[in-house]
Design a protein around this ligand. Structure first.
Ligand SMILES: Nc1ncnc2c1ncn2[C@@H]1O[C@H](COP(=O)(O)OP(=O)(O)O)[C@@H](O)[C@H]1O
Ligand SMILES: [Mg+2]
Length: 241
């Protein structure tokens, strides 16, 4: 589904991504772990074209995403969920969810509203449809952000530390929703420091360090039998090895 070849990204003279190679197949749940500042967010932002890579290849279902204008349609099939939710504060939950499909004319307003209620209902959040983001909890905000992504019917969802801004008691409601979506067959890439979640949830885990991928293996291999020395030291620092 997604094939990344020798992807590079600099910010000024700072080399952040130094040649990323990564392939993700349909239905895979891929975790990305690695020290702060190693380029995890930049990689997700490049995949979603929120950042423009400097070089390399970014193939998504046979299309090169770096190939100019044919990208708009493809791009909306790549959803993204952020640590800080990125909801519009001056819009209600419902308005946040229907904004993109209506703006991009994927659905009529009526249909989008109906679909939004349906999606909120599935996860028990119907009651907050008319609330503003400041009126709901962090866990609810992140689940709304996930619903906002789902209404676009993405083929893959990128999660950038989806639970890092949450109070501990709210992490479960977000990870449970992610598990539900995964069960329905969604392909996902997840950056997270919740090692237990990564360990139990991801089918594959990649270790990023210093702008490259240093290990790419099954979740079990990464945590029980790490090979790369920097991965071993990273895991021992966070008490995961
Ligand atoms: N827009 C930007 N402009 C300049 N430097 C940036 C920008 N975004 C990220 N960086 C730098 O790139 C490096 C990698 O950042 P990031 O991808 O956020 O790392 P991670 O998500 O792994 O913590 C950091 O040194 C960061 O300061
Ligand atoms: Mg980050």
């Amino acid at each position: 589904m997604l094939k990344i070849n020798n992807l590079k990204k600099n910010f000024g003279s700072k080399k952040v991504l130094k040649g990323i190679n990564l392939e993700v197949k349909k239905g895979e749940i891929v975790g990305i772990i690695g020290p702060s500042g190693c380029g995890k967010s930049t990689l997700l932002r490049c995949i979603n074209l929120l950042e423009t890579p400097d070089s390399g290849k970014l193939m998504f279902e046979g299309n090169n995403l770096l190939d100019g204008d044919s990208n708009k349609d493809i791009r909306r099939r790549i959803g993204m969920v952020f640590q800080q939710f990125n909801l519009f504060d001056h819009k209600t939950v419902l308005e946040n969810i229907i904004l993109s499909p209506v703006l991009l004319k994927i659905m009529s307003r009526e249909k989008a509203i109906k679909k939004a209620h349906e999606l909120l209902g599935e996860i028990g959040l119907e009651d907050i449809a008319n609330n503003y983001p400041h009126e709901i909890s962090g866990g609810q905000k992140q689940r709304v952000a996930i619903v906002r992504t789902l209404i676009m019917k993405p083929d893959i969802i990128l999660f950038d530390e989806p639970t890092s801004a949450l109070d501990p008691e709210m992490i479960g409601e977000v990870t449970n929703l992610m598990r539900k979506i995964a069960k329905e067959g969604m392909t996902m890439i997840i950056v997270s420091h919740e090692m237990n979640f990564i360990k139990s949830f991801c089918t594959r885990v990649v270790f990023m360090d210093d702008g490259i991928i240093k290990e790419d293996a099954s979740s079990k291999e990464i945590f029980l039998n790490p090979k790369n020395e920097d991965l071993k030291s990273f895991l021992s620092k966070i008490n995961a090895y």
